[in-house]
Design a protein around this ligand. Structure first.
Ligand code: ARG
Length: 465
């Protein structure tokens, strides 16, 4: 073996080649540094394949027993951190197969009958991703529960709702939190839907055309818990839609997390002062002794960029590929792994942090009272008394102008002055102008009235169990 090349004998396709692979090529093309993460799925897939090969009489019962014995050893070695991963064996598949053959001889060499790494890797990624999807569903449910339970304590806590980041209309803090629950519920739906397409079996496609061995694909699918088969062998080995869809889900979910994170940062700032985050989720400054920074929320917002970037990487990876398998596809793994890891860690910590939010209702209330949040309510009041809405809007604009000149909120303006603006304004106008009056008036389904918000909470609790 020369200094910059590799002994072909250790490779799976040695006979055809007249010189060893360059070391640079070896390093450039190997994936074992990251795809070893698929080892458990690879072993699971191989065992199902071998079991089927034996049932079909393609390999002997003794071969299957040997393969099972070898795989048990390999699984234990990997678990114990004793497995020796070799770069020259390129990827997780060839590393495991080579060790199997070392352990059990010819039976190990029979495992790859009727199979290619092309359908093998597609199977491994799907198996692995399915497990991660199920774990993520639990984390998404945890995130929703944290929000719902915090909301349940704040159906009567009034805060300003914003448009253009300006005070718009009063809403309850619970109502605001539940908006995020809707987002995460949609994310969970998207994930469940993507799972249906992840959970199909590529094995049997072999390299691209199918195989001449009488494989029982349905049996393998059933053994591995797949809902169905990839029905076209070319598509089976080249489809990465399932991963793209998953990463679209991950990117959208991170965007939802990021919006929540941004609000936590704003709400915690001195200018809002709506909430405080527990000390255990904050960091200090090395220079400014007074600082308590919401680093977790900021990092969650920042990490959204990388997950969105991973989606772009994978979808771009696919756009120029001719059928069927191309080595480009090896590039699917790192972005996919990192998306899963980033999303899981972010959901876990955000759910915990949300549960520990310290709410400051007085500051929320004061902010809602500062921005003429009940102006629409006065317009609605006039409309109910027969004034066309557009005219009512105009009258209230004058009332706000008056308030601004006097430095008073609508509810603080003397009734006589309001009445001077329009005779339909009666003694009962004041109650329409309170924050509670405004909230209670929004009894429409999905509105911010406490009774409606309580109905949302009940619906979510029943759904989340
Ligand atoms: N490591 C490869 C991947 O991740 C496995 C499939 C390789 N197949 C091939 N014909 N080179 O995609």
């Amino acid at each position: 073996m020369s200094g910059n090349s590799l002994d072909r004998k250790s490779q799976a396709w040695s006979a055809l080649f007249s010189e060893p692979m360059s070391l640079l090529v070896q390093r450039y093309t190997a994936s074992v540094e990251f795809d070893r993460r698929l080892a458990a799925a690879d072993i699971q897939g191989s065992l199902a394949h071998a079991t089927m090969l034996a049932a079909q009489g393609i390999i002997g019962a003794q071969d299957l027993a040997e393969i099972e014995r070898g795989m048990a050893t390999i699984g234990a070695e990997i678990e114990a951190g004793q497995f020796v991963w070799k770069l020259e064996l390129e990827d997780v598949h060839l590393n495991i197969e080579a060790r199997l053959t070392q352990l059990v001889g010819d039976a190990g060499k029979r495992l790859h009958t009727g199979r290619s790494r092309n359908d093998q890797v597609a199977t491994d990624v799907r198996l692995w991703l399915r497990g991660e999807i199920d774990a993520l569903q639990a984390l998404l449910a945890g995130m929703q529960r944290a929000l719902v339970e915090l909301a349940a304590q704040h159906t009567d806590t009034v805060m300003p709702g914003f448009t253009h980041l300006q005070v718009a209309q009063p809403v309850s803090f619970a109502h605001h939190l539940l908006a995020y629950v809707e987002m995460f519920a949609r994310d969970a739906e998207r994930l469940a839907d993507a799972r249906r397409r992840v959970n199909r079996l590529p094995l049997g496609a072999a390299a691209l055309a199918g195989t001449s061995y009488p494989l029982d694909r349905d049996a393998v699918a059933q053994a591995l818990g797949f809902d169905g088969l990839c029905e076209n062998s070319l598509d089976a080995v080249s489809d990465r839609d399932f991963a793209i869809e998953f990463m679209a889900f991950a990117a959208i979910t991170m965007v939802h997390v990021s919006r929540l994170a941004e609000e936590l940062v704003l709400w915690m700032s001195q200018n809002f002062g709506f909430i405080d985050l527990a000390d255990r989720y904050c960091t200090g400054s090395s220079i400014m002794p007074q600082k308590r920074n919401p680093d977790v929320a900021e990092l969650a917002r920042g990490k959204t960029g990388r997950v969105v970037g991973h989606l772009m990487a994978l979808i771009t990876l696919m756009k120029g590929q001719p059928l069927a398998y191309n080595k480009d596809n090896q590039e699917d793994k790192e972005p996919l792994f990192d998306s899963v890891d980033t999303l899981a860690a972010t959901l876990r910590i955000m759910a915990e942090m949300v549960s520990g939010i310290i709410v400051k209702p007085a500051a929320m209330r004061a902010a809602a009272l500062r921005g003429y949040a009940t102006a629409t309510d006065l317009a609605d009041y006039l409309t109910q008394r027969g004034l066309p809405f557009r005219d009512a809007h105009e009258v209230v604009a004058h009332a706000v102008k008056l308030g601004l000149q006097r430095g008073l909120d609508l509810a603080e303006l003397p009734l006589a002055e309001l009445r001077a603006l329009h005779p339909l304004i009666g003694d009962d106008a004041a109650s329409a102008l309170t924050l509670e009056g405004s909230l209670n008036a929004r009894q429409v389904r999905g509105g911010t009235a406490p009774a409606q918000v309580a109905a949302q909470i009940a619906r979510h609790r029943a759904r989340l169990g």
